[in-house]
Design a protein around this ligand. Structure first.
Ligand code: AHM
Ligand code: MG
Length: 334
């Protein structure tokens, strides 16, 4: 049985031993994600010293200005998987279309969707950053998957997680049997198990939302956030506001301490900002596996019908009671 201090490598081997049919490919895939995380963490640590801060001057498929570090992080992920023999297709926030990997022969049986650098407005100010990933299985008959194969419902994910580059680098993931968190020990270059079987409290005391958008929100969302700020000892209000601008970091705080993160729909932009396939779905899987909840305000995130690779979705995620209460406001029941 894994214990605190176990290396990621050993944890993966032990977990694999519990699945006699496992070929080791899935374990290797997780190890490669850890490696991409080490490479990005290394770049981030030196970013201010080697002229890789700031913008590239390009705009990505989302219409957002691309930071140099967005491109570097994306390249690191692609590099780590290109000849790995583990994945047959990659999709990224930074790439308009999925990348197929025919050079990975025999073809890998997984597909990886990721946001290579989450919260990239934080790059130039030395604030937390992250990466978010979702793993799907491809049951193709020896051929490459068509693009449509990557556009799947969240319930079809076989694993999901995130990397967080904060005061330390962490890898947190689930393969459908609970959530475990590993911290990178930079002295030895290993991830060590530091957060075993994470469970979220049913309610928290903090909320994370970009309140600058308050006047763009529908009335129910405004009423909910107003409610969190009212004083009421019995329900632990007012909640503390904690928003870093990095989804992975904000969800990490909530995963460990409870509470709610919201990137709601806006009156003129009902789908909000965040992307379903490589931001909302993977974090929803992690949070549900830790006993929490993720919703659009009206539906479970993991049940949302996926229609496009870069589809956006409103996201309410965190402690079950907090998210359920937010839904009642958003649905006009309060
Ligand atoms: P990014 O992946 O392009 O960085 O965008 C996602 C980020 C989230 O990490 C964060 O919660 C949110 O966008 C911040 O958006 P805003 O600046 O509108 O608050
Ligand atoms: Mg992001």
């Amino acid at each position: 049985m894994a214990r605190i201090g176990t290396t990621l490598t050993r944890f993966i081997i032990e977990t694999q031993a519990g699945h006699p049919a496992a070929t080791g490919e899935f374990s290797a895939l997780l190890a490669q994600i850890g490696l991409a995380g080490k490479m990005v963490a290394n770049d981030l640590r030196r970013a201010g010293l080697i002229n890789i801060l700031g913008l590239t001057g390009e705009t990505n498929v989302q219409g957002e200005a691309v930071k140099k570090l967005d491109t570097i992080a994306n390249e690191n992920f692609v590099k780590v998987f290109q000849y790995s023999g583990l994945v047959c297709a990659l999709a990224s926030e930074e790439l308009e279309k999925p990348v197929k990997l025919p050079e990975n022969w025999p073809l890998g049986k997984y597909m990886l969707l990721f946001d290579p650098l989450d919260g990239s407005s934080n790059t130039d100010v030395n604030m937390p950053l992250g990466a978010i990933f979702s793993i799907l299985r491809y049951e193709g008959k020896g051929g490459l998957p068509p693009d449509s194969e990557l556009v799947r419902k969240g319930t079809e994910q076989v694993a999901a997680g995130y990397l967080m580059y904060g005061s330390s680098t962490m890898l947190v993931f689930t393969s459908g049997k609970g959530v475990n968190g590993f911290t990178l020990d930079p002295g030895i270059g290993e991830y060590l198990l530091t957060h075993e079987n994470i469970r979220m409290p049913a309610r928290g005391k903090t909320y994370a939302v970009n309140e600058g958008n308050y006047h763009k929100w529908p009335a129910g969302t405004r009423r909910y956030v107003d409610h969190l700020k009212e004083a009421d000892k019995a329900t632990g209000r007012p909640y503390a506001g904690r928003y870093s601008g990095c989804l992975a970091a904000d969800v990490h705080r909530i995963l460990l301490g409870g509470g709610i993160y919201l990137y709601p729909g806006e009156t003129d932009k009902p789908e909000g900002k965040l992307r379903l396939l490589y931001e909302a779905n993977p974090l929803a899987m992690v949070v549900e596996q830790a006993g929490g909840k993720a919703s659009t305000g009206t539906h479970r995130i993991l049940d949302v019908e996926a229609k496009a690779l870069h589809q956006r979705v409103p996201l309410l995620i965190g402690s079950t009671d907090d998210v359920s209460l937010a839904e009642t406001f958003i649905q006009g029941k309060q």
